[in-house]
Write a protein that binds this ligand. Structure first.
Ligand code: CA
Length: 147
């Protein structure tokens, strides 16, 4: 390999590193703000961390996601068993489930309710009375319903 080729390679690598750094969010960068009329799911509490704004839950009409294994955050990670907070800026009721296909226990997120952390939620069992519990990192399906 000639000296010229090696130098070109080094310059290319340096440019790639500079480009990657420019794309990385800064540590102090504000969390993604969920837009008006949108429903957003966040990996961390208090509407922080990587975010997911799923098309099926953001049409302005009722819709659902049956299996979070097929859905992802903006950084590419799976939603399955990892959502910690949600923001509901829509006029719909959002039902969040801990099993696929809207099965198992569920949590209700009321219309225009802003940020909800799932670590201290009111959980509804399929039968019996609702209770307070930890729903953090448990979501696997969701349903938005406009009444
Ligand atoms: Ca989480």
């Amino acid at each position: 390999m000639s000296k010229t080729v090696i130098l070109r390679g080094l310059v290319g690598a340096a440019s790639a590193v500079a480009g990657a750094v420019a794309l990385l969010p800064g540590a102090a960068q504000a969390a993604y703000v969920c837009p008006a009329n949108a429903f957003c799911m966040y990996k961390n509490l208090n509407a922080t961390g990587t975010v997911s704004v799923q098309a099926a839950l953001n049409t302005g009409a009722s819709g659902y996601l049956e299996d979070f294994r097929n859905s992802h955050y903006s950084n590419g990670e799976s939603l399955e068993n990892s959502v910690s907070s949600v923001v509901n800026n829509t006029g719909g009721f959002v039902y969040l489930y801990d099993e696929w296909k809207r099965q198992g226990t569920w949590v209700v997120i009321y219309p225009h309710s802003g940020t909800t952390n799932l670590d201290n939620a009111t959980i509804f069992p399929p039968d019996g009375n609702p209770y307070k519990g930890n729903y953090n990192d448990r979501l696997t399906s969701a349903w938005i319903v406009y009444r």
